[in-house]
Design a protein around this ligand. Structure first.
Ligand code: FAD
Length: 422
Protein backbone atom coordinates (compact mmCIF):
# COMPACT_ATOMS: atom_id res chain seq x y z
CA UNK A 1 0.00 0.00 0.00
CA UNK A 2 1.08 3.63 -0.46
CA UNK A 3 1.34 6.40 2.09
CA UNK A 4 -0.11 6.57 5.58
CA UNK A 5 -2.14 9.79 5.43
CA UNK A 6 -3.76 11.52 8.42
CA UNK A 7 -6.46 14.09 7.62
CA UNK A 8 -7.67 16.49 10.34
CA UNK A 9 -11.35 17.31 9.68
CA UNK A 10 -14.21 15.44 8.02
CA UNK A 11 -15.89 18.38 6.35
CA UNK A 12 -16.31 18.60 2.59
CA UNK A 13 -12.57 19.03 1.96
CA UNK A 14 -11.44 16.18 4.23
CA UNK A 15 -14.00 13.68 2.95
CA UNK A 16 -13.38 14.61 -0.69
CA UNK A 17 -9.62 14.21 -0.20
CA UNK A 18 -10.17 10.79 1.38
CA UNK A 19 -12.37 9.79 -1.57
CA UNK A 20 -9.63 10.70 -4.06
CA UNK A 21 -6.75 9.21 -2.01
CA UNK A 22 -8.15 5.86 -0.83
CA UNK A 23 -7.33 4.01 -4.07
CA UNK A 24 -3.58 4.13 -3.42
CA UNK A 25 -3.18 5.15 0.23
CA UNK A 26 -4.21 4.35 3.81
CA UNK A 27 -6.31 7.29 5.02
CA UNK A 28 -7.41 8.12 8.59
CA UNK A 29 -9.63 11.13 9.32
CA UNK A 30 -9.80 12.74 12.77
CA UNK A 31 -13.04 14.65 13.38
CA UNK A 32 -13.84 16.60 16.53
CA UNK A 33 -17.65 16.33 16.17
CA UNK A 34 -19.94 13.36 15.88
CA UNK A 35 -20.78 13.26 12.17
CA UNK A 36 -24.21 14.81 11.81
CA UNK A 37 -24.66 16.01 8.27
CA UNK A 38 -27.91 17.89 8.96
CA UNK A 39 -26.44 20.22 11.63
CA UNK A 40 -26.10 23.83 10.42
CA UNK A 41 -27.11 22.80 6.91
CA UNK A 42 -27.33 25.27 4.02
CA UNK A 43 -27.67 25.44 0.25
CA UNK A 44 -24.56 25.18 -1.85
CA UNK A 45 -23.68 25.50 -5.52
CA UNK A 46 -21.37 23.01 -7.19
CA UNK A 47 -20.28 24.55 -10.45
CA UNK A 48 -18.96 22.79 -13.57
CA UNK A 49 -15.31 23.12 -12.48
CA UNK A 50 -15.89 20.96 -9.39
CA UNK A 51 -18.91 18.97 -10.53
CA UNK A 52 -16.87 17.40 -13.35
CA UNK A 53 -14.35 16.20 -10.73
CA UNK A 54 -17.06 14.78 -8.47
CA UNK A 55 -18.49 12.92 -11.46
CA UNK A 56 -15.01 11.46 -12.01
CA UNK A 57 -14.97 10.37 -8.35
CA UNK A 58 -18.28 8.53 -8.89
CA UNK A 59 -20.77 10.81 -7.17
CA UNK A 60 -24.35 9.55 -7.42
CA UNK A 61 -26.38 12.62 -8.38
CA UNK A 62 -29.65 10.85 -7.54
CA UNK A 63 -28.60 11.22 -3.88
CA UNK A 64 -28.20 15.01 -4.02
CA UNK A 65 -31.89 16.04 -4.36
CA UNK A 66 -30.47 18.77 -6.55
CA UNK A 67 -31.64 21.37 -9.04
CA UNK A 68 -29.61 21.99 -12.20
CA UNK A 69 -28.67 25.67 -12.61
CA UNK A 70 -29.90 27.39 -15.75
CA UNK A 71 -30.38 31.07 -14.81
CA UNK A 72 -28.78 34.06 -13.10
CA UNK A 73 -31.12 36.89 -12.21
CA UNK A 74 -29.95 40.42 -11.35
CA UNK A 75 -32.68 42.56 -9.75
CA UNK A 76 -32.89 45.82 -7.86
CA UNK A 77 -33.76 46.02 -4.17
CA UNK A 78 -37.30 46.80 -5.30
CA UNK A 79 -37.37 43.58 -7.35
CA UNK A 80 -37.16 45.27 -10.76
CA UNK A 81 -35.40 43.21 -13.42
CA UNK A 82 -31.86 44.33 -14.38
CA UNK A 83 -30.69 41.26 -16.31
CA UNK A 84 -31.90 37.70 -16.67
CA UNK A 85 -29.01 35.64 -18.02
CA UNK A 86 -28.73 32.05 -19.14
CA UNK A 87 -26.38 30.07 -16.90
CA UNK A 88 -26.41 26.55 -18.24
CA UNK A 89 -22.89 25.17 -18.08
CA UNK A 90 -24.03 21.98 -19.84
CA UNK A 91 -24.15 24.15 -22.97
CA UNK A 92 -21.12 26.37 -22.29
CA UNK A 93 -18.73 24.02 -20.48
CA UNK A 94 -20.19 20.57 -21.20
CA UNK A 95 -20.90 19.83 -17.51
CA UNK A 96 -23.89 20.81 -15.34
CA UNK A 97 -23.69 23.14 -12.35
CA UNK A 98 -25.98 22.06 -9.54
CA UNK A 99 -27.66 23.47 -6.45
CA UNK A 100 -28.01 21.19 -3.47
CA UNK A 101 -27.44 21.16 0.29
CA UNK A 102 -24.16 20.68 2.09
CA UNK A 103 -25.66 17.71 3.97
CA UNK A 104 -26.35 15.75 0.77
CA UNK A 105 -22.88 16.44 -0.59
CA UNK A 106 -21.24 15.43 2.67
CA UNK A 107 -23.27 12.21 2.83
CA UNK A 108 -22.24 11.26 -0.71
CA UNK A 109 -18.57 12.09 -0.07
CA UNK A 110 -18.73 10.00 3.11
CA UNK A 111 -19.91 7.07 0.98
CA UNK A 112 -17.13 7.60 -1.58
CA UNK A 113 -14.52 7.81 1.19
CA UNK A 114 -15.66 4.88 3.33
CA UNK A 115 -17.69 2.38 1.27
CA UNK A 116 -16.15 -1.11 1.27
CA UNK A 117 -17.62 -1.64 -2.21
CA UNK A 118 -15.33 0.87 -3.91
CA UNK A 119 -11.76 0.49 -5.12
CA UNK A 120 -8.96 0.75 -2.55
CA UNK A 121 -9.06 0.73 1.21
CA UNK A 122 -12.03 2.46 2.92
CA UNK A 123 -10.89 5.54 4.82
CA UNK A 124 -11.21 5.24 8.59
CA UNK A 125 -13.01 8.10 10.35
CA UNK A 126 -12.46 8.60 14.08
CA UNK A 127 -15.21 10.87 15.38
CA UNK A 128 -15.42 12.93 18.56
CA UNK A 129 -11.66 13.41 18.72
CA UNK A 130 -10.29 16.95 18.73
CA UNK A 131 -6.78 17.73 17.61
CA UNK A 132 -5.23 20.05 20.19
CA UNK A 133 -1.54 20.13 19.31
CA UNK A 134 0.14 19.89 15.94
CA UNK A 135 3.77 19.45 14.90
CA UNK A 136 3.81 20.23 11.18
CA UNK A 137 7.45 19.23 10.66
CA UNK A 138 6.94 15.66 11.88
CA UNK A 139 3.30 15.37 10.76
CA UNK A 140 2.19 14.53 14.31
CA UNK A 141 -0.99 15.55 16.16
CA UNK A 142 -2.18 14.98 19.73
CA UNK A 143 -5.86 14.74 20.46
CA UNK A 144 -8.03 15.55 23.47
CA UNK A 145 -8.28 11.89 24.50
CA UNK A 146 -4.51 11.63 24.84
CA UNK A 147 -3.84 9.76 21.59
CA UNK A 148 -1.24 10.85 19.05
CA UNK A 149 -1.24 10.22 15.31
CA UNK A 150 1.64 10.50 12.85
CA UNK A 151 1.57 10.06 9.11
CA UNK A 152 3.83 10.16 6.08
CA UNK A 153 1.60 13.11 5.28
CA UNK A 154 -0.61 15.17 7.59
CA UNK A 155 -3.40 17.08 5.85
CA UNK A 156 -5.09 20.01 7.57
CA UNK A 157 -8.72 20.07 6.41
CA UNK A 158 -9.96 21.59 9.66
CA UNK A 159 -11.73 24.63 8.29
CA UNK A 160 -11.40 28.38 8.66
CA UNK A 161 -10.26 28.29 12.33
CA UNK A 162 -7.62 25.65 11.56
CA UNK A 163 -5.24 24.40 14.27
CA UNK A 164 -3.08 22.87 11.55
CA UNK A 165 -2.75 26.26 9.81
CA UNK A 166 -1.47 27.77 13.07
CA UNK A 167 1.30 25.15 13.08
CA UNK A 168 2.18 25.49 9.39
CA UNK A 169 2.52 29.26 9.80
CA UNK A 170 4.43 29.22 13.09
CA UNK A 171 8.20 29.62 13.16
CA UNK A 172 8.83 26.22 14.85
CA UNK A 173 6.00 24.37 13.06
CA UNK A 174 4.14 23.75 16.34
CA UNK A 175 0.76 25.03 17.59
CA UNK A 176 -1.80 24.37 20.30
CA UNK A 177 -4.40 26.95 19.26
CA UNK A 178 -6.65 27.99 16.39
CA UNK A 179 -5.45 30.41 13.72
CA UNK A 180 -7.37 33.67 13.20
CA UNK A 181 -9.50 34.50 10.14
CA UNK A 182 -10.21 37.85 8.44
CA UNK A 183 -13.47 39.66 9.26
CA UNK A 184 -15.23 42.13 6.98
CA UNK A 185 -17.93 43.50 9.32
CA UNK A 186 -20.27 41.26 7.39
CA UNK A 187 -22.89 38.72 8.35
CA UNK A 188 -25.57 36.77 6.54
CA UNK A 189 -29.19 36.45 7.65
CA UNK A 190 -29.96 32.86 6.62
CA UNK A 191 -33.42 31.45 5.91
CA UNK A 192 -34.60 28.35 4.05
CA UNK A 193 -38.12 28.41 2.64
CA UNK A 194 -40.29 26.11 0.51
CA UNK A 195 -40.78 27.23 -3.12
CA UNK A 196 -44.56 27.02 -2.54
CA UNK A 197 -44.21 30.31 -0.62
CA UNK A 198 -42.58 31.86 -3.70
CA UNK A 199 -45.46 30.79 -5.96
CA UNK A 200 -47.86 32.64 -3.69
CA UNK A 201 -46.05 35.92 -4.37
CA UNK A 202 -46.77 37.04 -7.99
CA UNK A 203 -43.71 39.32 -8.29
CA UNK A 204 -41.37 36.50 -7.23
CA UNK A 205 -43.14 33.56 -8.84
CA UNK A 206 -40.39 33.48 -11.52
CA UNK A 207 -38.37 31.67 -8.83
CA UNK A 208 -41.05 29.11 -8.03
CA UNK A 209 -40.37 26.47 -10.67
CA UNK A 210 -36.83 25.12 -10.19
CA UNK A 211 -37.58 22.02 -12.26
CA UNK A 212 -37.58 24.32 -15.34
CA UNK A 213 -35.63 27.31 -14.19
CA UNK A 214 -33.26 27.00 -11.24
CA UNK A 215 -30.52 29.41 -10.36
CA UNK A 216 -29.30 32.28 -8.32
CA UNK A 217 -30.86 35.71 -7.88
CA UNK A 218 -29.07 38.78 -6.59
CA UNK A 219 -31.11 41.72 -5.26
CA UNK A 220 -28.58 44.56 -5.15
CA UNK A 221 -28.31 47.31 -2.58
CA UNK A 222 -30.39 50.45 -3.15
CA UNK A 223 -27.11 52.28 -2.49
CA UNK A 224 -25.44 50.81 -5.57
CA UNK A 225 -23.33 47.86 -6.58
CA UNK A 226 -20.34 48.87 -4.46
CA UNK A 227 -22.40 48.57 -1.26
CA UNK A 228 -22.15 45.29 0.68
CA UNK A 229 -25.86 45.11 1.56
CA UNK A 230 -27.63 42.63 -0.74
CA UNK A 231 -29.94 39.65 -0.73
CA UNK A 232 -28.95 36.50 -2.57
CA UNK A 233 -31.33 33.66 -3.16
CA UNK A 234 -30.94 30.26 -4.79
CA UNK A 235 -32.69 26.94 -5.11
CA UNK A 236 -31.36 24.12 -2.98
CA UNK A 237 -33.61 21.33 -4.27
CA UNK A 238 -36.60 21.01 -6.61
CA UNK A 239 -38.78 22.40 -3.79
CA UNK A 240 -36.60 24.57 -1.56
CA UNK A 241 -34.99 27.99 -1.66
CA UNK A 242 -32.21 29.60 0.39
CA UNK A 243 -32.15 33.30 1.29
CA UNK A 244 -28.83 34.88 2.27
CA UNK A 245 -29.11 38.50 3.33
CA UNK A 246 -25.70 40.19 3.58
CA UNK A 247 -25.53 43.10 6.04
CA UNK A 248 -23.10 44.73 8.49
CA UNK A 249 -22.62 42.87 11.78
CA UNK A 250 -24.00 45.72 13.94
CA UNK A 251 -24.92 44.53 17.46
CA UNK A 252 -24.13 40.90 16.55
CA UNK A 253 -20.38 41.61 16.41
CA UNK A 254 -20.14 41.64 20.21
CA UNK A 255 -22.31 38.51 20.47
CA UNK A 256 -20.15 36.55 18.03
CA UNK A 257 -17.09 37.51 20.07
CA UNK A 258 -18.65 36.83 23.48
CA UNK A 259 -20.15 33.47 22.48
CA UNK A 260 -17.06 32.43 20.50
CA UNK A 261 -19.31 31.27 17.68
CA UNK A 262 -19.91 32.19 14.07
CA UNK A 263 -23.58 31.15 14.02
CA UNK A 264 -26.36 32.65 16.18
CA UNK A 265 -29.74 30.94 15.97
CA UNK A 266 -33.20 32.07 17.07
CA UNK A 267 -32.85 35.68 15.87
CA UNK A 268 -36.24 37.31 15.29
CA UNK A 269 -37.05 37.60 11.57
CA UNK A 270 -38.08 41.20 12.29
CA UNK A 271 -34.36 41.98 12.81
CA UNK A 272 -33.62 40.74 9.27
CA UNK A 273 -36.56 42.74 7.91
CA UNK A 274 -35.22 45.83 9.65
CA UNK A 275 -31.78 45.30 8.05
CA UNK A 276 -33.47 45.08 4.64
CA UNK A 277 -36.10 47.78 5.18
CA UNK A 278 -35.02 49.50 1.94
CA UNK A 279 -35.81 46.33 -0.04
CA UNK A 280 -39.21 45.33 -1.42
CA UNK A 281 -41.37 43.93 1.44
CA UNK A 282 -42.41 41.13 -0.96
CA UNK A 283 -38.81 40.00 -0.61
CA UNK A 284 -37.86 40.77 2.98
CA UNK A 285 -41.12 39.16 4.23
CA UNK A 286 -39.66 35.79 3.22
CA UNK A 287 -37.50 35.90 6.32
CA UNK A 288 -40.73 35.19 8.28
CA UNK A 289 -40.93 31.78 6.64
CA UNK A 290 -37.63 30.18 7.64
CA UNK A 291 -38.07 26.47 8.26
CA UNK A 292 -37.50 26.93 12.02
CA UNK A 293 -41.27 27.70 11.96
CA UNK A 294 -41.08 30.07 14.95
CA UNK A 295 -40.47 33.39 13.20
CA UNK A 296 -36.71 33.28 13.69
CA UNK A 297 -33.73 33.16 11.35
CA UNK A 298 -30.01 32.44 11.80
CA UNK A 299 -27.16 34.93 11.50
CA UNK A 300 -23.80 33.68 10.24
CA UNK A 301 -20.58 35.66 10.57
CA UNK A 302 -18.84 35.88 7.19
CA UNK A 303 -15.05 35.74 7.18
CA UNK A 304 -12.31 34.57 4.85
CA UNK A 305 -8.52 34.41 4.74
CA UNK A 306 -5.90 36.76 3.35
CA UNK A 307 -3.39 34.98 1.09
CA UNK A 308 -1.07 32.89 3.27
CA UNK A 309 2.73 32.92 3.03
CA UNK A 310 2.67 29.11 2.73
CA UNK A 311 0.31 26.14 2.68
CA UNK A 312 2.77 23.47 3.68
CA UNK A 313 5.61 22.79 6.08
CA UNK A 314 7.57 19.61 6.75
CA UNK A 315 5.19 16.66 6.46
CA UNK A 316 2.06 18.81 6.55
CA UNK A 317 -0.21 20.31 3.87
CA UNK A 318 -3.34 22.45 4.14
CA UNK A 319 -6.43 22.13 1.93
CA UNK A 320 -9.95 23.62 1.77
CA UNK A 321 -11.06 26.44 4.06
CA UNK A 322 -8.03 25.87 6.29
CA UNK A 323 -5.86 27.63 3.69
CA UNK A 324 -8.26 29.42 1.34
CA UNK A 325 -11.58 30.15 3.07
CA UNK A 326 -13.43 32.54 0.74
CA UNK A 327 -16.56 34.62 1.24
CA UNK A 328 -19.65 32.90 -0.20
CA UNK A 329 -20.29 35.57 -2.89
CA UNK A 330 -18.62 33.60 -5.71
CA UNK A 331 -20.19 30.30 -4.57
CA UNK A 332 -16.79 28.61 -4.92
CA UNK A 333 -15.59 27.72 -1.39
CA UNK A 334 -16.26 24.00 -1.57
CA UNK A 335 -15.66 23.94 -5.32
CA UNK A 336 -12.02 24.86 -4.88
CA UNK A 337 -11.78 22.43 -1.94
CA UNK A 338 -12.93 19.66 -4.32
CA UNK A 339 -10.30 20.85 -6.81
CA UNK A 340 -7.68 20.49 -4.03
CA UNK A 341 -8.88 16.97 -3.27
CA UNK A 342 -8.71 15.83 -6.88
CA UNK A 343 -5.30 17.45 -7.33
CA UNK A 344 -3.94 15.63 -4.26
CA UNK A 345 -5.20 12.30 -5.61
CA UNK A 346 -3.49 13.06 -8.92
CA UNK A 347 -0.07 14.21 -7.70
CA UNK A 348 0.15 11.40 -5.11
CA UNK A 349 -1.08 8.58 -7.33
CA UNK A 350 2.38 7.08 -7.88
CA UNK A 351 4.00 8.12 -4.59
CA UNK A 352 4.58 5.04 -2.43
CA UNK A 353 6.89 6.41 0.29
CA UNK A 354 8.70 9.60 1.30
CA UNK A 355 10.59 9.53 -2.02
CA UNK A 356 8.79 11.84 -4.39
CA UNK A 357 6.48 13.26 -1.73
CA UNK A 358 8.09 16.70 -1.67
CA UNK A 359 8.04 17.16 -5.44
CA UNK A 360 4.42 15.96 -5.53
CA UNK A 361 3.45 18.59 -2.93
CA UNK A 362 5.35 21.24 -4.89
CA UNK A 363 3.37 20.37 -8.03
CA UNK A 364 0.15 20.54 -6.00
CA UNK A 365 1.05 24.02 -4.73
CA UNK A 366 1.95 25.24 -8.22
CA UNK A 367 -1.52 24.55 -9.58
CA UNK A 368 -3.57 25.31 -6.47
CA UNK A 369 -2.32 28.31 -4.50
CA UNK A 370 -2.49 31.10 -7.04
CA UNK A 371 -5.80 29.84 -8.41
CA UNK A 372 -7.45 29.73 -4.97
CA UNK A 373 -6.16 33.23 -4.19
CA UNK A 374 -7.67 34.50 -7.46
CA UNK A 375 -11.04 33.03 -6.45
CA UNK A 376 -10.80 34.53 -2.94
CA UNK A 377 -10.00 38.00 -4.23
CA UNK A 378 -12.73 37.84 -6.89
CA UNK A 379 -15.22 36.72 -4.25
CA UNK A 380 -14.34 39.74 -2.09
CA UNK A 381 -14.74 41.95 -5.15
CA UNK A 382 -18.19 40.47 -5.94
CA UNK A 383 -19.24 41.20 -2.36
CA UNK A 384 -17.98 44.81 -2.54
CA UNK A 385 -15.40 44.05 0.17
CA UNK A 386 -12.34 45.50 -1.59
CA UNK A 387 -13.30 49.10 -0.86
CA UNK A 388 -14.80 51.76 -3.17
CA UNK A 389 -11.64 52.13 -5.30
CA UNK A 390 -12.08 48.61 -6.67
CA UNK A 391 -15.32 49.66 -8.43
CA UNK A 392 -18.11 47.22 -9.24
CA UNK A 393 -17.48 43.64 -10.33
CA UNK A 394 -18.71 44.41 -13.84
CA UNK A 395 -19.75 42.22 -16.76
CA UNK A 396 -16.18 42.03 -18.15
CA UNK A 397 -14.82 40.81 -14.81
CA UNK A 398 -17.70 38.36 -14.45
CA UNK A 399 -16.91 36.85 -17.86
CA UNK A 400 -13.19 36.61 -17.12
CA UNK A 401 -13.94 34.98 -13.75
CA UNK A 402 -16.35 32.49 -15.34
CA UNK A 403 -13.96 31.49 -18.14
CA UNK A 404 -11.01 31.01 -15.81
CA UNK A 405 -12.89 29.33 -12.99
CA UNK A 406 -15.54 27.13 -14.60
CA UNK A 407 -13.33 25.72 -17.39
CA UNK A 408 -11.04 23.90 -14.89
CA UNK A 409 -10.95 20.16 -15.58
CA UNK A 410 -8.55 18.79 -13.03
CA UNK A 411 -4.90 18.58 -12.07
CA UNK A 412 -3.62 16.64 -15.08
CA UNK A 413 -4.77 19.34 -17.48
CA UNK A 414 -3.64 22.15 -15.16
CA UNK A 415 -0.13 20.67 -14.93
CA UNK A 416 0.02 20.21 -18.70
CA UNK A 417 -0.99 23.86 -19.19
CA UNK A 418 1.63 24.95 -16.70
CA UNK A 419 4.34 23.01 -18.53
CA UNK A 420 3.28 24.34 -21.93
CA UNK A 421 3.56 27.95 -20.70
CA UNK A 422 6.82 27.42 -18.75
C1 FAD B 1 -23.48 30.66 3.97
C2 FAD B 1 -22.50 29.90 3.17
C3 FAD B 1 -22.78 29.59 1.85
C4 FAD B 1 -21.84 28.92 1.08
N1 FAD B 1 -22.13 28.64 -0.21
C5 FAD B 1 -21.24 27.99 -0.97
C6 FAD B 1 -21.54 27.66 -2.32
O1 FAD B 1 -22.62 27.96 -2.82
N2 FAD B 1 -20.60 27.00 -3.04
C7 FAD B 1 -19.39 26.66 -2.50
O2 FAD B 1 -18.57 26.08 -3.20
N3 FAD B 1 -19.08 26.93 -1.21
C8 FAD B 1 -19.97 27.59 -0.45
N4 FAD B 1 -19.68 27.85 0.85
C9 FAD B 1 -18.35 27.50 1.39
C10 FAD B 1 -18.21 26.03 1.74
O3 FAD B 1 -19.26 25.60 2.54
C11 FAD B 1 -16.88 25.82 2.45
O4 FAD B 1 -15.85 26.32 1.65
C12 FAD B 1 -16.62 24.33 2.72
O5 FAD B 1 -17.64 23.77 3.49
C13 FAD B 1 -15.29 24.19 3.44
O6 FAD B 1 -15.06 22.85 3.74
P1 FAD B 1 -13.86 22.41 4.68
O7 FAD B 1 -13.98 20.95 4.77
O8 FAD B 1 -12.59 23.02 4.19
O9 FAD B 1 -14.15 23.10 6.07
P2 FAD B 1 -15.30 22.76 7.15
O10 FAD B 1 -16.58 22.46 6.46
O11 FAD B 1 -15.29 23.86 8.13
O12 FAD B 1 -14.83 21.41 7.84
C14 FAD B 1 -13.80 21.37 8.80
C15 FAD B 1 -13.98 20.13 9.64
O13 FAD B 1 -12.89 20.03 10.53
C16 FAD B 1 -13.37 19.71 11.81
N5 FAD B 1 -12.38 20.24 12.77
C17 FAD B 1 -12.09 21.55 12.99
N6 FAD B 1 -11.13 21.66 13.93
C18 FAD B 1 -10.80 20.39 14.30
C19 FAD B 1 -9.89 19.86 15.25
N7 FAD B 1 -9.09 20.66 15.99
N8 FAD B 1 -9.82 18.51 15.39
C20 FAD B 1 -10.61 17.69 14.62
N9 FAD B 1 -11.50 18.16 13.74
C21 FAD B 1 -11.60 19.49 13.57
C22 FAD B 1 -14.71 20.40 11.89
O14 FAD B 1 -15.55 19.84 12.89
C23 FAD B 1 -15.25 20.18 10.49
O15 FAD B 1 -15.95 18.96 10.37
C24 FAD B 1 -20.61 28.53 1.65
C25 FAD B 1 -20.34 28.79 2.99
C26 FAD B 1 -21.27 29.48 3.75
C27 FAD B 1 -20.96 29.74 5.18
Amino acid sequence: MGLNIIIVGSGLAGLAAAAFLRKQHTVTLLEKSKLDFERNDYGISVIANAYSLLQKAGIDDTQLNMAVMTKLWQRTAQNEEIVTAEFDTRKTFGVPSVLTKRSHLQQELHRLATSPDLEGQPAKIIEGIKVETVDANTGTVHTTDGTSFSGDLLIGADGINSFVRAAVLSSDGKADHEAPATGHDLLAYMAQIPTSILSASPSLSFLADPANSAGLVNFSSPRGRTDKLRILGYHTSPREFQLVGYAPEDEFAAQFDELGTSIIKGVSASRAKQAFSEFSPALSDFFDHHRSGDGTVEVWRIRDLDPLPRWSLGKTLLIGDSCHAVTPHAGQGCNIAFEDAEALGHVLQDVKDQTGLKSAIDRFLQIRKERAEFVARSSRHMGALLGPDAGPFDEGKRKEFGMKTYSYRGAKQALEQLESTA
